[in-house]
Write a protein that binds this ligand. Structure first.
Ligand code: ATP
Length: 306
């Protein structure tokens, strides 16, 4: 009975945390790391972060032995550059970000940051070098200020404000009933997807990590919100090594390299112009996306003129 009650308590704890909205991706993995998939090596050293070069070298990975997810993926993100990963649902895009964070270990190959294998460094140092703007940020049941300050707990009120301005959410917060002291989250003011994402961007601006992972929302945003978010993202990813799981044309057009992932392998790679010229998977993906966007736009105009 005692043996059983421990995991049940633990599950109850996680459940309550989720219920309270007390969770974002990084925090969630902090919680889950109580029973983590990977351990620090006894001689693990802190990551010696230099310029922030990221490299995947012939990475093979599966969550369970019967189903291969990544089958020999190699790419490099030179320090300060942006690589966009695109591809059909289930291709393994998010898996790449999980392996960079070392939530799992590769079966073969290597994931390197500034030449150091992520398996040789402490997880704490690894995770503090990487910032994540997730698709859907779950906010803490606390003030807006706290939710931004979570990026760096010792940040001053001024720094919190500046980060919010840079993330294009400053004016919105100023207009809230109690400004930065407004309670948000499940039991407070509910923010829209785009607003929550900008809070996550402000958090990341405060954290100022050398390496950044952006997981773009798949859901359509109106074009004004999309422009604001794009401006905030451009700012936060400037001069930072950035991997973006991209769903929007505007992001991929400006990426230094685009990797098209299909069935766990790189099917195509190059710049936006290169890939359009190849007239393959990428070109047909964006044709379809453009048609969908145009159809949505027509629908919106029709609704407005009704
Ligand atoms: P999407 O665009 O839909 O988010 P993705 O390209 O990011 O997809 P991944 O999340 O990397 O895809 O998942 C790749 C495959 O691995 C999927 O088929 C998924 O079902 C599987 N998978 C993901 N996480 C796990 C897990 N924890 N255990 C087992 N299988 C998993």
């Amino acid at each position: 009975l005692i043996q059983l009650s421990v995991p049940l308590n633990f599950i109850g704890f996680i459940y309550r945390e989720i219920r309270q909205g007390l969770t974002d991706i990084e925090h969630m993995f902090d919680l889950l790391s109580v029973k983590q998939e990977v351990d620090d090596k006894p001689d693990a050293k802190p990551l010696a972060i230099g310029a922030g070069n990221v490299e995947f070298r012939d990475v093979h990975f599966s969550y369970d032995p019967n189903r291969k997810i990544l089958k020999g993926v190699s790419f490099e993100v030179p320090a300060g550059k942006t690589v966009a990963i695109v591809g059909p649902s289930g291709a393994g895009k998010s898996t790449i970000s999980r392996l960079l964070f070392r939530f799992y270990d590769v079966q073969s190959g290597e994931v390197l940051i500034d030449g150091q294998d992520v398996r040789d460094v402490t997880q704490e140092s690894l995770r503090s070098a990487i910032g994540m703007v997730p698709q859907d940020t779950v906010l803490f049941n606390d003030t807006v200020a706290y939710n931004i300050r979570y990026g760096r707990m010792d940040a001053s009120q001024d720094e919190v404000r500046r980060a919010a301005e840079l993330a294009q959410i400053g004016p919105f917060i100023e207009r809230l009933p109690e400004g930065y002291a407004t309670m948000v989250g499940e039991r407070g003011l509910k923010l829209s997807g785009g607003e929550k994402q900008r809070v996550a961007i402000a958090r990341t601006i405060l954290k100022a990590p050398p390496i950044l992972i952006l997981d773009e929302a798949t859901s359509a945003l109106d074009s004004h919100t999309e422009q604001e978010i794009q401006a905030a993202l451009d700012l936060v990813s400037k001069d930072r090594t950035t991997i973006v799981i991209a769903h929007r044309l505007s992001t991929v057009i400006s990426a230094d390299e685009i990797i098209v992932l299909k069935d766990g392998q790189i099917a195509e790679r190059g710049t936006h112009a290169d890939l359009l010229r190849q007239n393959g998977l990428y070109a047909s993906m964006w044709d379809r996306q453009r048609e969908a966007t145009e159809a949505e736009e027509r629908l919106r105009i029709a609704r407005e003129t009704d």
